[in-house]
Design a protein around this ligand. Structure first.
Ligand SMILES: [Zn+2]
Length: 87
C-alpha cells in the first residue's frame, strides 16, 4: 500500500488529526504500514428546498437569504475512501 486518500466532511464529526493518529497506530504491522495518508476536507454546503440556492453551511441553524429555513445538507457529511494506490 502506497497511498490512501480520504474525504472527510467538516460536519462528519471526525477530526482529521485523530484519523492520522489512528492510522499510524492501526497500520503498524499491516500492508498499510508506511502508506501516505491524504485527507481532503470537504466544506459543508447546503441547498434551500424553497429556491434551490446553494451556499456554505456554517451552522445548523442556517437560513437561506430568501428567508426559508428548509435547508438540506448536500455536502460536508462524507467519510469515505476516495483512492487507494497499491504496489
Ligand atoms: Zn431560499
Amino acid at each position: 500500500m502506497l497511498r490512501v486518500k480520504l474525504e472527510i466532511g467538516e460536519r462528519s464529526a471526525i477530526v482529521p488529526d485523530s484519523i492520522r493518529f489512528c492510522f499510524d497506530v492501526c497500520s503498524k504491522g499491516t500492508i498499510m504500514e508506511g502508506a501516505l495518508l491524504e485527507i481532503d476536507e470537504i466544506k459543508a454546503k447546503g441547498r434551500c428546498r424553497h429556491c434551490r440556492a446553494e451556499f456554505p453551511l456554517n451552522t445548523l441553524a442556517a437560513a437561506c437569504p430568501c428567508g426559508s429555513r428548509e435547508i438540506e445538507c448536500i455536502a460536508g457529511e462524507e467519510l469515505k475512501i476516495k483512492e487507494m494506490e497499491t504496489e
